[in-house]
Each structure stands twice: as structure tokens, then as C-alpha cells.
Design a binder for this molecule. Structure first.
Ligand SMILES: [Zn+2]
Length: 96
């Protein structure tokens, strides 16, 4: 779970999901940023999902509707996992 770099409070899963798009600390109300290493990890997780799901889609000849359902489930799964991979930083870190 992410730990605020300002007040060092640990966010729980629900708090992280609630502030997922703003990343504002629920304790000290300070803006936090996703750290560069965390961005790499979340990118890897997303990529792994795609690598596993895409060949499966074509192998099983999934219909468009079914593909859409699988896509939505994937997004929910990635969001549910996100608080476990997220680490925070006080400043916006460069990508490279
Ligand atoms: Zn805080």
C-alpha cells in the first residue's frame, strides 16, 4: 500500500481507490505523485495483462461483446491491484 511521503501515513486500499486520479493524501491533504519506479511497475502489470489476454482472445475466437466484457474485467482487476503497486513521491518525477 502507498505511504504518504509528507506525513508518512499509510493509505489503505479504499483511500487509494478514492484518490486514484488526484493522489491527494487523506491525512494531510497534500498532493502526492506516483513515483517513477511505481509507474514502471504499473506499466509492466498492464503490459503483462495485455500479453496474456490478447493471444487468448484470438485463440478462442472471442466475439466483440465478450472481448468488451474481458476488457472491462481487466481494467477492474488492474485498478484493484493498483494500490498494491503504487508508491508515492512528493514531486513529479521525470519518466526517464
Ligand atoms: Zn499525508
Amino acid at each position: 500500500m502507498p505511504i504518504c511521503q509528507k506525513c508518512e501515513e499509510k493509505w489503505n486500499w479504499i483511500q487509494t481507490i478514492k484518490t486514484l486520479f488526484r493522489l491527494k493524501c487523506p491525512y494531510c491533504k497534500q498532493k502526492q505523485y506516483e513515483s517513477a519506479s511505481s509507474r514502471v511497475r504499473s506499466g509492466m502489470v498492464t503490459l503483462t495483462f495485455l500479453v496474456v489476454i490478447l493471444p487468448l482472445n484470438s485463440l478462442l475466437d472471442v466475439s466483440f461483446g465478450m472481448g468488451l466484457v474481458i476488457g472491462i474485467i481487466m481494467v477492474i482487476l488492474i485498478l484493484a491491484l493498483y494500490p498494491f503497486i503504487l508508491t508515492l513521491s512528493n514531486e513529479e518525477e521525470p519518466y526517464w
